[in-house]
Every structure is written in C-alpha cells, then in structure tokens.
Design a protein around this ligand. Sequence first.
Ligand SMILES: Nc1ncnc2c1ncn2[C@@H]1O[C@H](COP(=O)(O)OP(=O)(O)OP(=O)(O)O)[C@@H](O)[C@H]1O
Ligand SMILES: [Mg+2]
Length: 113
Amino acid sequence: MLKKIECIIQPFKLEDVKEALRKIAVDGMTVTEVKGCGKQRGYTQKYSPEAPIRLLPKVKMEIVTDEEKVEEIVQTIQSLARTNQIGAGKIFIIPVEDVMRVRTKERGRIAID
Ligand SMILES: Nc1ncnc2c1ncn2[C@@H]1O[C@H](COP(=O)(O)OP(=O)(O)OP(=O)(O)O)[C@@H](O)[C@H]1O
Ligand SMILES: [Mg+2]
C-alpha cells in the first residue's frame, strides 16, 4: 500500500527536516509555501470567537512512500519539526490509489523507487 505523508510545518524548520529525510533515504518530495491556521485560528493568545481568522505562513511537504516507511518518516519529521510552541504543525497520512512514472508508464510501488 502506498501512502502520502502530508505535513504542515514551520518554514524555519524546513532545512532541518529536509536534511533528516535525506539521511533516511527519502527521495521524492513536493514542498509548497502555504498559509494556514490550527485550533488557535492563528492567534498565539486567547482570541474571541468573533476575531477574524489569521492565516500564518507555513510549509507543506508531501511525500508518497511505501507504507513500511511511513512510521520512520513521520517520527523523523515530528522530532525535527517540533518546537515547544503551539503551531508547530500537523502530519496527515493519506492512502494513495496509484502512481505513474510519466517517463516509463511504470505503476505502483515501482514508480516511486
Ligand atoms: N484540521 C486541519 N485541517 C487542515 N490543515 C490543518 C488543520 N489543523 C492544522 N492545519 C494546518 O497545520 C498548520 C499547523 O497547525 P497547528 O500546529 O497550529 O495545529 P494545532 O492543532 O492548532 O496544534 P497546536 O495546539 O500545537 O498549535 C496550520 O497552520 C494549518 O496549515
Ligand atoms: Mg495551533
């Protein structure tokens, strides 16, 4: 089974996370600059329910991998992206139906190796 690990992290953590993923032989990834908020709606202190949502700059990283590697990758991302502050991020693990390598038409696991 293929899975997509989609994580939202603090932009200043990107270099550390990327370097750690290189060390555990993660090859393919897609990184996007995004904006988002979690349960604090972008505020670091108490907000009122009427306060507008604040969208803060974040980095989204997407990695499609075999399910056997998911736990190692997720633990690596968590340990490097962690801060003791709110807003350190989220990691989503999503099933992937199939993959095709455009150059060769290979499908499935072989298309990401
Ligand atoms: N339910 C969600 N759906 C989609 N994206 C989310 C969701 N929750 C968080 N995110 C994304 O993750 C980013 C980081 O979220 P954040 O770390 O603030 O989560 P949290 O649940 O509020 O945890 P914490 O209490 O540590 O702040 C957000 O800016 C947003 O981009
Ligand atoms: Mg939050």
